[in-house]
Design a protein around this ligand. Sequence first.
Ligand code: NOJ
Length: 487
Amino acid sequence: MHVKFVVAAEALFAGYALAVPTATQQTKRQTGVEEYIASESPIAYQGVLNNIGPDGSGAQGAAADFYTWTRDSGLVFKELGDAFIAGDAALEVHLQNYVTAQAELQKVSNPSGDLETGGLGEPKFHVDMTAFTEEWGRPQSDGPALRAIALITYANHLIGSGQTEQAQNIWPLVQNDIAYVTEWWNKTTFDLWEEVEGSSFFTAASQHRALIEANALAAALGQTCEGCEEQASQVLCFVQDFWTGSAVNSNINTQGNNRAGLDANSFVSIIHTFDPEAPCDDVTFQPCSARSLANHKAVVDSFREGYGVNQGIEQGVGVAVGRYIEDVYMGGNPWYLCTAAAAEILYDALFQWAKIGTLSITDVSLPFFTDIYESAAVGDYAADSEEYTAITAAVKEYADSFIGVLQKYTPKDGSLAEQFGRDDGTPKSAAHLTWSYASFLTMIARRGGIVPPTWGAATGNTLPDQCSGASGKGNYAGPATVSWPSA
Ligand code: NOJ
């Protein structure tokens, strides 16, 4: 049994030296984005696989001072689930091992508590699945929601392919994570960057999605999702509080922090709550919504001045994007995954406009559009109009220009670290970050029109008559060991 199945978030080779290209090498390699996509895609795919499971080359013999984060794992396995459903059959064994490992991990007592007292909100564990007991920003309440979303993706596939019994084995794990969400959604958490204590847009948006999907899964399995529907609309109500009128303020209810609020937290949220069947809905911050596009401009512009690598790049052309401009962690640099998310939002939006057949520009989104298409004006543009063709071409070009930034700062060997230097563009911080590779892959999939299954955003966007912060009492039970027919 593959119990030690984890996502190692950092490079696991002791003494691994990162190849850093010289400026000349980088310039020589600068070709079209298509070539970069072709060369980087297999590297990114292998980069993810190297860091997961007992067989991953990076995970083998991993020492106890390497870690697995519930968030990174949830996001990566959600993506692997989507890729599996889209046709990559070889990934199924990894999904099964992930489920098996999470059934054990949920039971590991840790400084956040045990299964029934908040332990699911523990952000990270040693890769040997023992608790990490040093001081850390805990709890991080996005983890259970993200794990539930990843588990549900695979469970839905099992139901769809007639393997409902296997899906039933996944339900107890989902039920625990959802019990945590219903109980903890209105309590203070650390944000996804593990720094600010308060309320995080990413956390709340992920929790809303998890509740909607868990409710539907319960119905399909003849199970009960205690309080999920009511809580989902309350969490969605709370999500609205992060909108300032012109952008997302990613961290609210904090005990004082020095940030203006513009943060790639919102980008990561928007790509992970993208629903290919939803309209351009502001309430769920769909990628093509006016809110999302206004926020896109505000966040991207916040990085134009401060980074040396962005100097001289005009408005309307993609730049390097970091977590938030006030960041100082490891030098406060741009991040590969944040720059990729800036592009991915736009590919998602292009998919939505094409599906809906109309592109609407409102007062709120107009400044986004005028940056990339000077004569943009408020209005609705049908897919067969000249304006639609021209505006969507400009959006595509803009999205591709963020890939151009990634291309410029990807070292010759194609490896993706966590960050790249704000002034010199060289890789920084954790090498071979699983999440960096995964973010490249989802960006490229969306660019190619490959989208994940719907999560129900089109109908799960109802706000309650009255907002309330009341939480539910979760129903936890230690999951049984999960094994698979073929294992
Ligand atoms: C730090 C990042 O801010 C956080 O989001 C991530 O989960 C961990 N590194 C692990 O990759």
